[in-house]
Design a protein around this ligand. Structure first.
Ligand code: CDV
Length: 311
């Protein structure tokens, strides 16, 4: 049996602050058409795809809110929805969401081939810091500008399979994949903006690409799922972001990878039934997991309590 789904990772190069939404949507449309020409049925765009990565700046009032979407689709993004529907292609899109009652989230949606929004996810793991810190070469104020998503990771029946969403920093946390894995996920869409310079510990900078692949490949393999990781990379407003978008199979192997730091589409035909090879064998959760063992760590006699190892 096979359930092929052609997926495109639509990587973006930098978006400068002066770029309008309409200009960005033109770039997305070019990639959408390119992906459709190459047979893609699902096109995955990055996190916060419509603007420059604004958490790098200290902002308030209208200067901040201008980066947020009040409606989706909006007047500027409607051409993307219309063209996707015309082409019969679905997509994943990350954007900054401002709700009618004033909540701000780092959000991604999944749009089916008929134009319906079938899933919305709001980022759970918000990295960075709450207040500006003058010692940094650039800020990472996600924790100031966004609330953590109030809902967990959920799987949606779409594109002939089970699809989940995680956003950027979520990909470093095994819980994100496992919560989706426990729901049988077959494709995890992950958009990211990852500055290569990590100010709290610059020793990690040289490992940015290694860690990116490490976490997504492990998440894919340990949860028997495809993972589609898509960057907004390149040097954006003076900050170098990781590119290296990749489509990873349930074996943990990369089957398609970007080669540039610019707008670039890579396509892979992903057989969703390949997930079953792993879900029915080494990662047969019902047969082999021991959930009853995972909550006992400190209550057992002889277990090492936090801090004991230091004594
Ligand atoms: N946008 C992000 O979530 N970026 C984080 C950085 C700050 C570490 C990431 O995990 O890639």
């Amino acid at each position: 049996m096979s359930r092929p789904l052609a997926i495109a990772a639509a990587q973006m190069g930098p978006v400068v602050r002066a770029e309008t939404r309409a200009q960005v949507v033109e770039r997305l449309l070019l990639m959408l058409r390119d992906a459709a020409d190459r047979g893609a049925e699902l096109v995955v765009f990055p996190e916060l795809a419509l603007t420059s990565f604004f958490p790098r700046w200290e902002l308030s009032g209208d200067a901040l809110l201008t980066f947020f979407e009040r409606d989706m689709p909006s007047a500027d993004t409607k051409p993307l929805f219309d063209e996707a529907k015309r082409l019969g292609v679905g997509f994943h899109l990350g954007y900054a969401e401002l709700t009618p009652d004033g909540h701000r989230y780092n959000t991604a949606i999944l749009v089916e081939r008929d134009g319906r929004v079938v899933a919305k996810y709001r980022k759970v793991h918000l990295p960075g810091h709450e207040e500006p810190e003058a010692w940094r070469p650039f800020q990472h104020l996600e924790r100031k500008y966004f609330e953590p998503g109030p809902e967990s990771f959920r799987v949606q029946r779409a594109f002939g399979g089970l699809v989940g969403i995680a956003i950027c920093n979520d990909r470093r946390w095994p819980e994100a994949y496992r919560v989706l894995g426990l729901q049988g996920v077959e494709v995890v869409c992950i958009g990211y903006n990852t500055p290569i310079h990590y100010a709290p510990d610059p020793g990690q900078d040289r490992l940015a690409a290694f860690h990116n692949n490490l976490v997504m490949a492990a998440g894919a393999y340990q949860n028997a799922t495809w993972v589609v990781g898509v960057a907004k990379g390149g040097v954006e407003e003076g900050v170098e972001g990781l590119s290296d978008s990749q489509i990873i199979g349930p074996s943990g192997e990369v089957v398609a990878r970007s080669a540039t730091t610019s707008d670039e589409v890579v396509v892979a035909v992903c057989d969703l039934d390949l997930c079953l090879d792993y879900k029915r064998t080494v990662f047969d959760f019902d047969r082999y997991r021991r959930p009853e063992m995972y909550t006992r760590i400190t209550s057992q006699r002889g277990a090492v309590a936090p801090g004991d190892a230091d004594r």
